[in-house]
Design a protein around this ligand. Structure first.
Ligand code: AMP
Length: 220
């Protein structure tokens, strides 16, 4: 039965970095709602332009916009075996939507992993983040820099900084996390569905912790 793996954690916890690696390890798609919205914004679709206005400020896009996008994406054939969700759900309403969807479609109970990091490390992680515009590889100029400044080690692509990785948007994103996402994490905790992982340390060490946790839960 297909099973969804959900990565939770504050902005800058390393969800995207880890989800890319773990998805590759298990051969399942990495579904990042942020990436889906940024791609729509790049293509200048109606959805993309409306989302970009919110994203650039650090605000969440509405639940009734993002939830159907996720349902559509998870119903694609490549998600038949499972998928890793990164950036969704982010509110209790989204978590309830996902529960409804799991019931409707007969998906297995999701494995929900909360990546815990000290909030004072988050600003450095976010302001230092650079992403390859070709392959999506994520670097940090302070902690895991590329070999050559501004150039991706994998494919020589240009590294770009996200529009919302500036101090003012980061502050709003952290507020949204506290206001909307922490209650959702509580929602999973109350259901006894939450697994915790220490997200402090080198990315490779955190990957090991995640893989060990996922393997003990017989994922896939
Ligand atoms: P991320 O790449 O996960 O950090 O997401 C970047 C931005 O995309 C967020 O700050 C929101 O504006 C928007 N976004 C991504 N996922 C969601 C979601 N599940 N609900 C609402 N907004 C989202």
């Amino acid at each position: 039965m297909a099973q969804i793996l959900i990565f939770l954690g504050p902005p800058g916890a390393g969800k995207g970095t880890q989800a890319r690696v773990v998805a590759r390890e298990f051969g399942v798609p990495h579904v990042s709602t942020g990436d889906i919205l940024r791609e729509a914004a790049r293509k200048k679709t109606g959805l993309g332009l409306a989302a970009k206005a919110k994203m650039d400020k650090g605000e969440l896009v509405p639940d009734d916009v993002i939830s159907p996008i996720v349902e559509e994406r998870l119903s694609q054939p490549d998600c038949r075996e499972g998928a890793i969700l990164d950036g969704f759900p982010r509110t209790t309403a989204q978590a309830q939507f996902l529960d409804g969807m799991i019931e409707r479609t007969g998906l297995g109970e999701p494995l929900v992993i909360n990546i815990q990091v000290a909030t004072d490390s988050v600003i450095k992680r976010l302001t230092g983040r650079r992403t390859c515009q070709t392959c999506g590889e994520i670097y940090n100029i302070y902690m895991s820099p590329p070999r050559r400044d501004g150039i991706c080690d994998n494919d020589g692509g240009r590294l770009i900084q996200r529009a919302d990785d500036n101090e003012s948007a980061i502050r709003i994103r952290l507020k949204a996390y506290e206001r909307d996402t922490l209650p959702m994490i509580d929602y999973y905790r109350r259901k006894n569905a939450l697994r915790q992982i220490d997200g402090n340390g080198e990315p490779e060490v955190i990957t090991e912790r995640l893989l060990n946790l996922v393997k003990t839960h017989d994922y896939l």
